[in-house]
Ligand binder design. Sequence first.
Ligand code: SF4
Length: 374
Amino acid sequence: MAGIYIHIPFCRKACNYCDFHFSTSLRYRDDYVEALLREIDIRLPQWSAQSFNTLYFGGGTPSQLLPKHLSDIFEQLQHYVDLRKMEEITFEVNPDDITPEYLDFLGILGVNRLSIGIQSFRDEDLQQMNRAHNAREAEAALHTAFAAGFNRLSADLIYGIPGLSDEAWLNNLNRAADAGINHLSCYALTVEQGTPLAKQIRERRSEEPSEEHAAQQFALLQNWAAEKGFDHYEISNLARYGARALHNSSYWKGSAYLGLGASAHGFSAMERYSNVANNQRYMRALKAGQPEQIAEKLSAENRYNEFILTGLRTSDGLSLEALQQLGEPFAKMWLNSWERSPHRGIIERKGNSFVLKTKHWFQADGIAADFFII
Ligand code: SF4
């Protein structure tokens, strides 16, 4: 089964830490949706042999689209895919966009899961990060979503924010859990090159987030998850029983996914493509009849590295079967390197899976890199 990802590159405000592709101007929103409809017409027939079970609207901020845009997109998709058979249709929303009417409309379209960009329930954090919403709206968003009948709800939260005490971090987690959320995506605040936050830190107008602070709050998150009965199934993702995100899990399992929209990526067999991360160029190319993309053929070595990187970030672990599908020599190579590695003691073998002990999850990417084929 494969997934479909649709990128909506519009945001009300630019969060200072964000390096995703987005624009704060809505001037070309109609034209962008037109281009997206064309891309659906071009790409979906090429994937006609594929069955899809998840659809994910990410961004940017998908809730910056109007109902008429969404109707057009769903109608176009329905020409190629039976959306009623989708197991999971996720839509990212920001608290400042949520209204009962908008959510009702999403429900009518078949959206059955919301991912809400809460980030923090504290005004000082939200202002520091230049988020468009405030703490009151964050809280209200959860209630509005439940009242609209959505019970598959995920909240994004950020830790390691300068000034966010451990107590305040736990309080953020508790507020989400107490509201009845069954999925959380928690990220450390990081400083990406070229973001307003990087500039503010250079100019000493913002405090630099510290790695130790983030590591400490990640450890708190792990303890909290165990106490509250959340399954911490991937470094950044936690779910109540049965509420794991299907779409994201398929990325980690190496399933195929079709990416639509500016900057979206797609992956199938051993090929990956990425659409141009520029709205004007994206729209121009589709007007001329073809998406502007960079395609790359992935080598088995690339896939091996990716399996290790994603596998060691999950509680299911790295699957030996996945490596065997890549080729028996890769499975053997892993077994040899694991047996000889200084990390052997912290990567447990459980049947055909290799699971990094949770105590070391915060360093998972560095540990995985030690096994890479370079
Ligand atoms: S709303 Fe999301 S995509 Fe938009 S700027 Fe903020 S973090 Fe980035």
